[in-house]
Design a protein around this ligand. Structure first.
Ligand SMILES: [Zn+2]
Length: 267
């Protein structure tokens, strides 16, 4: 990984780290909780946008590091509709007019009465503890807490941006056919991974996360234990040499999916 910018100021001052990956056409923008991934090409796609402050960092990165016009961002993709992956979407969409793509199972959460996927306060509080334990700064946690009203069904929808593409398993990502959509239910029923056979790379969303250097099937906020294990088995059919997870830095290695730890404590 090549560091192209250093930590600037404090988290409260919207610092971010970014790296341009030499192994693929993506860059990583560290988010205040979850990272965003930028797929570079004729146009640019952004994967997950945690908070508006992260959206601002993405715009800065695209302008100043990639040297591209922010209007080259034509697509925003959500790996699932949990609040910590979607709350910057409206900001980024308004600044770029990018189209939005999510899995078709997210329709009920993003356009219906039910807001984002959520499984109750107990899981939510576990998640807050998880954020503290894994070093997410407290200003980010309080921002997450205040914005989590977006994640409570019946309060309000998580985002206002209209969805342009309802993604399905096995199809190519719009404008970026080198990345394929893999439906991986379990963490949520609208979870997807993005896979590139060109780079042997997997963007895993919250299906697989990096906890202090160890890849695990996400033990928190998980809806369906059996489904997530089936999803892992499905992913194991792929040649994956690098995983870009929904939490933590990327992990490299041959047959890396065989090293994913299955934690069943979250159910
Ligand atoms: Zn999640």
């Amino acid at each position: 990984m090549i560091d192209v910018s250093t930590n600037i100021g404090t988290w409260r001052n919207s610092c971010y780290n970014a790296s341009v990956e030499p192994h693929s056409n993506i860059s990583i923008i560290s988010g205040r909780a979850s990272p965003s991934y930028v797929i570079d090409g004729e146009s640019i796609a952004v994967i997950d946008v945690c908070f508006p402050s992260d959206a601002k960092n993405i715009l800065t990165f695209v302008r100043h590091t990639l040297g591209r016009d922010v209007n080259d961002i034509r697509l925003i993709v959500l790996t699932h509709s949990h609040f910590d992956h979607i709350n910057g979407v409206d900001y980024l969409s308004n600044k770029t007019h990018a189209k939005l793509a999510v899995h078709s199972n997210a329709e009920r959460y993003l356009t219906g009465n039910q807001a984002t996927v959520f499984v109750g306060w107990k899981k939510f509080m576990q998640y807050m503890v998880f954020m503290v334990e894994h070093g997410v700064p407290r200003p980010s946690i309080s921002e997450a807490f205040s914005m989590t009203w977006a994640g409570i069904p019946g309060i309000r929808k998580g985002i206002r941006t209209k969805v342009d593409y309802w993604l399905i398993d096995g199809e190519d990502l719009p404008d970026h056919p080198e990345w394929k959509v893999i439906h991986t239910p379990g963490h949520t029923d609208d979870s997807i991974c993005l896979y590139s056979s060109q780079y042997n790379a997997l963007i895993s969303g919250d299906t697989i996360i990096n906890l202090r250097g160890r890849l695990v099937l996400n033990p928190l906020l998980r809806l369906d234990n059996e489904a997530i294990i089936e999803s892992l088995n499905k992913l194991k059919q792929l040649q994956v040499d690098v995983i870009y997870p929904g939490w933590g830095p990327p992990v490299f290695g041959k047959d890396i999916l065989d090293r994913v730890y299955i934690d069943t404590s979250g159910k």
